[in-house]
Design a protein around this ligand. Structure first.
Ligand SMILES: Nc1ncnc2c1ncn2[C@@H]1O[C@H](COP(=O)(O)OP(=O)(O)OP(=O)(O)O)[C@@H](O)[C@H]1O
Length: 300
């Protein structure tokens, strides 16, 4: 079995017929205008997510991962290139895309079930139908007995589960997740990964998932894109041909470890480049002065 296959980003892939939720990012660039001049966050990125696919993006800090998700969500406009959902350019936020951030974004004055029902209310659904749909999704996420709790009384993992359920309640075709489990402890993170994959498989939506955690990317994804240091571009596309459903014991398998090693070496180089930009010679001189004249800059 080929465990790590690196493909060119523009290589054709078989299309899934008659299904919605396709993401196409074509030669995408985004420049921020700041008081200190322009910042090219992302440059010339092309990537695709087929309907129903689970795709992750990993890359060094500041390479533009969040910028890209925000453009897909419709919060930012590309400076160059195009961002398409089901063949149409993204013009702004829409109910076809749900977004989940690392920070929990629940309404603290609403109960769990009211938070989940909120988007359905905006869609004009009748109260009894809203409650029925919200309860079905809360059941899938193992949250049935917490429906009348307020967010303040929930753990971080539970809040994030409610956030995922809320984003899914309006029936998006695409779920965009930006480091959603970054603030959770390791054990809760594993449980959340399992819940997310279960819901993804049941609902058959497309997922684009940003993470810093290589194990998480391999465990969850069909494919992983690796980005370069800023301005972010695609360095590699890695297929994850591990069978589903996946159990956590998989992370000890030789196939998983080979993928992990491959991704690790791809990303190490870019992380060093990204850090190199921040560690300048003056900063190192400053450090040396703090160490009784010992030249630790040379040792580095
Ligand atoms: N509103 C903004 N104005 C100016 N520069 C910005 C803005 N938002 C992001 N940037 C810069 O654009 C670059 C990409 O930022 P972005 O947050 O997209 O990266 P990231 O890969 O998600 O980072 P991290 O992994 O640390 O979350 C960074 O250098 C960042 O400082």
């Amino acid at each position: 079995m080929t465990v790590v296959s690196l493909k060119r980003a523009d290589e054709p892939r078989p299309a899934v017929q008659n299904r919605l939720g396709k993401i196409e990012i074509e030669d995408f660039g985004l420049r921020y205008e700041t008081a200190n001049g322009p910042v090219d966050a992302v440059s010339g990125v092309s990537l695709t997510v087929e309907p129903g696919e689970f795709v992750s993006i990993i890359g060094p800090s500041g390479c533009g991962k969040s910028t890209m998700l925000n453009a897909l969500a419709g919060f930012l406009k590309p400076t160059s290139g195009a961002v398409l959902v089901d063949g149409r350019p993204v013009e702004g936020p829409g109910a076809d895309r749900g977004m989940i951030f690392q920070q929990y974004s629940l309404f603290p004055w609403m109960t769990v079930v009211q938070n989940v029902e909120f988007g359905l209310k905006m869609k004009g659904l009748h109260r009894s139908e809203r409650r029925r749909q919200a309860r079905t999704l809360l059941g899938l996420a193992g949250l049935s007995q917490f429906e009348n709790h307020y967010p303040d009384g929930l753990s971080g993992g539970m809040k994030q589960r409610v956030g995922i359920v809320r984003a899914l309640a309006t029936g998006p075709r695409i779920l965009l997740l930006d480091e959603p489990f970054g603030a959770l402890d390791a054990q809760t993170r594993l449980i959340m990964q399992q819940i997310l994959t279960n819901m993804w498989q049941r609902l058959k939506i497309s997922v684009l998932f940003v993470t810093h955690d290589i194990d998480e990317a391999v465990f969850l994804s069909d494919r992983v894109y690796v980005m370069t240091a800023r301005p972010g571009a695609i360095k590699a596309e890695v297929a994850v041909p591990l069978p589903r459903p996946r159990e956590h014991a998989l992370i000890m398998s030789s196939e998983f470890l080979a993928l992990r090693r491959g991704l690790m070496s791809l990303i190490r180089e870019e992380s060093l480049k990204a850090m190199g930009g921040e560690i300048n010679a003056d900063a190192l001189k400053g450090l040396a002065a703090n160490f009784d004249g010992h030249d630790i800059a040379k040792a580095l």
